[in-house]
Design a protein. Structure first.
Length: 337
């Protein structure tokens, strides 16, 4: 026998032992636009979705869904669909008919492949495919010309499709914890990109065209296999945060001193034996982490880092502590030796 589980907005949710059977919104009040069924242990959909047709935001996070019905394509007014943390292994073809979607979250499922049909969702502003089992992405991804936020973390990606460079509206890109063996050059054509996260991959070098990312403010490249940086890095005039921790970097280019807006630089656990004099030109630098390198000396130009608030030099091989360290401390900078 079915039993009534709860009220959500204007809906009465009815469940049986198999999951959700109805979500009746015809209760003498307007149908709510948002239906949030987070954590209801839902494993199946109702046979009819007629009562959901007015919904424009459907949240089914943290449930037990292993599949979606084909009739989900009837929900043509949906602007936001979230299926985070279920047990989905595939998506129905009808989901690519939801052409009014602005946000689609299918993170933390078991999906190995995304259909080329995703290219139909041309209104998408946010797409989260993170924490799945994706080893390739469809070429049609490049059709998502309005996409601003793209999350691809914790998959099995070794490369990106050629069409990736067409995602000109992207401002945030996260491809952390994948298996990228080379830096995808197409990323460097995304000239509106503001934040780039590529840590925990396998690439050994950056491309020279990285300097074309003129609007980039944050670049996170921790735990890759970078042994050097391109000279063009100095062209990234808007960069404010650069994280290069846990790479095998041995040298830094002199052009690093051209990053005039940089305020955080993390070089912890590399193999640096020296720091270029040009580092002293980083007038806006506030935090500098040089822990666990192979430094024996520091350039006197670092005294010019007038806004520095924290300098971490632990676990290096400094033979002499420069006198200017005390001047930095006198300005209020915290120094760890």
């Amino acid at each position: 026998m079915p039993y009534t589980f709860a009220r959500v907005g204007g809906y009465t949710l009815t469940f049986d032992e198999h999951g959700l059977t109805t979500a009746d919104g015809k209760l003498g009040m307007d149908n709510p636009k948002i239906l949030d069924l987070t954590g209801k242990k839902i494993s199946t959909f109702p046979e009819s979705l007629d009562d959901w047709l007015a919904v424009d935001e459907l949240i089914l996070d943290d449930n037990l869904l292993v599949s979606l019905p084909e009739n989900i394509g009837q929900l043509i007014d949906l602007r936001s669909l979230s299926l985070y943390k279920n047990r989905l292994t595939l998506l129905p073809r009808s989901i690519w008919k939801l052409k009014n979607l602005h946000a689609l979250n299918i993170a933390d499922n078991l999906i190995p492949l995304i259909s080329e049909g995703i290219g139909n969702l041309v209104e998408l502003h946010m797409l989260d495919l993170g924490h799945n089992q994706l080893s390739v992405l469809p070429e049609s991804l490049g059709e998502l010309k309005n996409l601003a936020f793209l999350y691809l973390s914790n998959n099995r990606l070794r490369s990106l499709p050629r069409s990736f460079e067409k995602l000109n509206a992207l401002v945030y890109l996260n491809i952390t914890d994948n298996q990228l063996v080379s830096f995808p050059e197409g990323i460097c054509r995304l000239n509106h990109l503001v934040e780039l996260r590529l840590y925990n991959n396998l690439f050994t070098a950056l491309v020279e065209s990285i300097g074309d990312l003129a609007d980039l403010r944050e670049m996170h490249l921790m735990n890759n296999r970078l042994a050097s940086l391109p000279v063009s890095l100095g062209k990234m005039k808007c960069l404010r945060k650069l994280d290069l921790q846990d790479n095998p970097l041995k040298v830094l280019p002199e052009t690093i001193g051209d990053l005039e807006d940089l305020n955080e630089l993390n070089l912890r656990n590399n193999q640096l034996v020296s720091i270029p004099e040009s580092l002293g030109r980083l007038k806006n630098l506030r935090f500098l982490d040089l822990r666990a390198n192979r430094l024996k000396a520091l350039p006197d130009s670092m005294l010019n880092l007038e806004k520095l608030e924290k300098l971490d030099l632990r676990w290096n091989r400094l033979s002499i502590i420069p006198d200017w360290i005390h001047i930095l401390e006198g300005r209020g900078c915290t120094v760890y030796l």
